[in-house]
Write a protein that binds this ligand. Sequence first.
Ligand SMILES: [Zn+2]
Length: 511
Amino acid sequence: MSKFIELREQFSENLEKISIKLEKSCWDFYTNSTPENLKNYEICQDEYSNLFKDKETYEKFLEIDKNELSLHEQKQLKNLIKEFDEELNTGEALKELRKKENEIAKKFNSYIPKINGQEVNKTEITKILQTETDPDIRKKAYDAKIKGGNLIAYDLTEFVKMRNDYAKTKGYNNFFEYKLKEDYEVESEFLDGLINEVYSKSIGKIREIQDKKQKELKEIFGVESLEPYHYGLLTDISKDVNEVLKDKDITLISKNIYNNMGYDVDQMIKEGKLTLDLYPRKGKNTHGFCFGVEAGKDSRILANLTNNIISLDTLNHEMGHCVYDLGISTKLTFLDRRASSPAVTEAVAMMMGDIIKREDVLKDILPPNVLSDFKNLFVEDEVSFVSKSLLIIEFERDLYKNPDVDLAELWNNLSEKFLNRVGNNNNEWATIPHYLSHPAYYQNYFRANLMKAQVYNHLKSVLGNITENSCSAEYLDKNLFKFGASVEEYDLIKQFTGKEFSAQDFIKELD
Ligand SMILES: [Zn+2]
């Protein structure tokens, strides 16, 4: 056994125990936010940080001769050293960043929007913008949303500068570049190339669909030109689908989809491998997450579902993360017992999320004409997603490059470029939660969306409709999931699909 492997395994023993404990304490706090659960969560966070404050172990890792390691081991070593370096050498600066982040989150979360003096929550704002046809009420809801952005826009800009200062101590121009390279191992030039390719090849389709939607909205509101508050109204068949789903149990629908692929969901729950906490409750976090507590053994979903199409997409999405986690081989070394990369697990989850539009899973629930119109939304959704994600990524990159420019104007210019919309000269950008909590993360969704097309096309060529083939689960486990992080993301996509990762499959689908 090499010196590195010996040291890695020795260190991993504690790391594994504490990581599992930390993930469980996070789950407890997110599902039940009592002061005791918060305290326990913070204790576990400190315990985790302390592991990387052990100077002696750090020095042992530093002494290892890289040239004797495989490429994969070199990467493991680099990541370990990075975590030690962060805790030991810039621990205080990191603590300051976390503090500032929590402050801004608290400020944003405690903002309660009001319409006509009456308090409404953020879900209600979203619902109004999706369904309300009275322009007056829409404008009030939109303004209330922007007010939330106004509240934190200045703090967020200052926070970006703090993050940039931190990145400079690590030798980077700005925090976006630092995160991209250090956390996601994405080369800036590669991402730029991918963005340019997708933009240039899909802009025709993007404009076509945007024009169609804008024409519809102008007719509905009887106006010549649209204001920002007109956007977001659901005009398509999703309305009718929601009407049908209102009285259905979407958990059961999702379970059936997975059962048909060969997953025994009830058995997974019975064995304690899968835990579902799906409906809103007081003291529970209001978002949706998958907690990979222990790869191959314990995966959990926190969600806040209602019986509609977005919730069904969400549940299928989070279940996708879970089956990936549970399919990872427990024989791998601890550091590899995770998804190949954030983009790969998002690709699987996103594929499972929109399987309801690609395949016929709703055929026993929806009338045939509604089903076919609903499935036709697939391309429109892909186009909307790509234009929105390009806007979010480009804005964020420019934000970190120069936080002192007029950000409202920047947001407006990029909205014009990607969404074909004007009049967004405001702090709407500050309402995007990822900018605060997951810097430089959105590019993972963007790349995942491209990967998703390639992965799905391959599956379809081997298995046919994956929700109608009970071998799908086994195929995914054996050929994709079990490798965990032992195979790099693009190598895994190539090994799985037989082709280099590219935007080709995605672009073809837009035709
Ligand atoms: Zn996800």
